[in-house]
Design a protein around this ligand. Structure first.
Ligand code: ADP
Ligand code: MG
Length: 242
């Protein structure tokens, strides 16, 4: 079974139709980049995948869950699907370790010692082992975003969604976050990421989806898609990012 299966999804905000029949299948272990102009529906699509937005029609299946909007189903879905946003939103009054342990403790009832061991493990994964007892304010933006990724990993998700996670960072801090994501990809995590980092999409993503006006306008193996755009819209978009 596919890790993510999206079938003819329509999503509107009032009269504004934002997703106009989107279909997309992602196999376990694949990394998919989603690119496109601002307003093309990229964030909305990600948010639909873990049930942060309700859809009007179509179907979304994620690692055995059909996205359904009851509290119980949403809870079950979100245990398996992590999402990281541009704004990392760490709790400033909690240490890095406490931030990471919080969700497993509360939503999964993981015992404290186990949660701590897990937090240490994911913190090592993002290269911040020494920051366990530090408060977020004492970290750089790049480090805070890496903690946010670790916090999501602590829930042991089967799929990870990333929405422009480097867009708010100073350019010199984006590399360390992209490196963490690249390692995660290498480790076999199923990932969908909205990004402006075209080089990253091209080199790390197995395939890339170009969204335009609420549709999957074009998609294909990343290298192929970037080097040989088939539509003038993608060609223009790629050119605008060079
Ligand atoms: P992207 O991430 O590609 O920039 P979005 O998915 O954020 O695009 O937005 C697609 C369109 O949906 C935009 O026109 C945006 O203004 C609109 N939109 C997004 N979220 C909402 C919302 N909560 N209410 C109304 N309109 C929204
Ligand atoms: Mg967006």
């Amino acid at each position: 079974m596919s890790a993510v299966h999206i079938e003819n999804v329509h999503k509107s905000f009032g009269k504004l139709e934002v997703l106009k029949g989107v279909s997309l299948t992602v196999e376990a272990g694949q990394v998919v980049a989603i690119i496109g102009r601002s307003g093309s529906g990229k964030s909305t699509l990600l948010r639909c995948i873990n049930g942060l937005e309700t859809i009007q029609s179509g179907r979304i299946e994620v690692v055995g869950h059909t996205v359904t909007y009851t509290d119980e189903k949403l809870r079950a879905l979100r245990k398996d699907v992590g999402i990281v946003f541009q704004s990392y939103n760490l709790f400033p009054h909690l240490t890095v370790g406490q931030n990471i342990m919080l969700a497993p403790r509360i939503t999964k009832g993981v015992p404290k010692e186990e949660a701590r061991a897990q937090a240490e493990k994911v913190l090592a994964q993002v290269g911040l082992s020494e920051k366990f007892d530090v408060y977020p304010d004492n970290l750089s933006g790049g480090q805070q975003q890496r903690v946010a990724i670790a916090r999501s990993l602590a829930m042991q998700p089967k799929v990870m969604l990333f929405d422009e996670v480097t867009s708010a960072l100073d350019p010199e801090l984006t590399g360390e976050v992209l490196l963490v994501m690249e390692e995660l990809a290498r480790g076999g995590m199923t990932m969908l990421l909205v990004t402006h980092e075209m080089n990253f999409a091209r080199s790390v993503a197995d395939f890339t989806v170009f969204m335009h006006q609420g549709k999957v306008w074009e998609m294909g193996p990343s290298e192929e898609l970037f080097s040989h755009p088939k539509t003038p819209e993608l060609a223009a978009f790629v050119k605008s990012t060079l």
